[in-house]
Design a protein around this ligand. Structure first.
Ligand code: IPE
Ligand code: IPE
Ligand code: MG
Length: 246
């Protein structure tokens, strides 16, 4: 099936978020170490980013490392951190060629120095690009995001710049790490797991959830297009009834 031709390009989601899951199981199936799965997952990152850019999706957010992932075996964590550095350096040219701007969300300054440095360089080099924004969620946790936003708003109130009774959901949204970005309309999770795993908790409030059985290293453009087609067949009611939707 040629899924790409089935996409209505006038009704694309502005923001797609992806939980890239299943690298470890993919590797295990082939009798290889987990890190081999992570390495192979880079190809999927490249493909999906390129697909999003070609289609004209404004924001693509990839969950690359959660705060909870620090509890994995030390060797896996350090391999992942090295892979991130390598990938950001290697892919910067591709990002430039595709007019993609890099952005990161999460507690970036708590990442190993080299990883943080690579990211900041990639962000700096691509900052004038005007196409798709690729957002890497690194050392990210949805609860952390809401907590840091709360801290920021509390400080504003304490400083007398904001009255607590004036706080609206736009203030919260503007204090989150995703400030300025539309909420994701579509969340894709690969590998058959059906949970949010502390990803964008506030921002996913009304997202359509799409769970693919495919392990991340096998996820290709066609799988991504299929998810968008599925999204476009859904009726987004936002609390209303079907007859009220035009
Ligand atoms: C996702 O794949 C990548 C990261 C969390 C960094 P996993 O490593 O979680 O793979 P599984 O879920 O163990 O198969
Ligand atoms: C979620 O995947 C985090 C990332 C994809 C980076 P996990 O594999 O860590 O999630 P759980 O532990 O199965 O919920
Ligand atoms: Mg997993």
């Amino acid at each position: 099936m040629d899924w790409k031709t089935k996409i209505d390009t006038k009704r694309l989601p502005r923001h797609i978020a992806v939980i890239m899951d299943g690298n470890g199981r993919w590797a295990k199936e082939q009798g290889k170490p987990r890190v081999f799965g992570h390495r192979s997952g880079v190809k999927s990152v490249r493909e999906i980013t390129e697909a999003a850019a070609e289609l004209g999706v404004e924001y693509l957010t990839l969950y690359a490392f959660s705060t909870e992932n620090w509890s994995r075996p030390k060797l896996e964590v350090s391999a992942l951190m090295r892979l991130l550095v390598e990938t950001v350096y290697q892919e910067t040219n591709t990002l430039m060629e595709n007019n993609i701007r890099l952005r990161a969300i999460g507690e970036i300054d708590k990442l190993p120095k080299a990883t943080c440095q690579a990211l900041l360089e990639g962000i700096e080099k691509t900052k004038a690009n005007t196409g798709t924004t690729l957002v890497l969620a690194l050392n990210y946790s949805g609860k952390w995001d809401i907590t840091q936003a709360t801290r920021h708003l509390a400080a504003e109130v304490a400083a007398g710049r904001l009255r607590s009774e004036d706080i609206t959901d736009s203030h919260v949204a503007a204090a989150l790490s995703t400030q300025g970005m539309p909420d994701p309309e579509l969340l894709i999770r690969t590998s058959g797991e059906a949970r949010i795993s502390n990803f964008l908790l506030w921002q996913l409030a009304y997202a359509e959830l799409y769970f693919s059985p495919v392990f991340w290293p096998d996820f290709r453009k066609a799988n991504f297009y299929q998810a968008i087609v599925d999204f476009q067949h859904r009726e987004r009611r936002f609390g209303k009834i079907s007859e009220q939707i035009v």
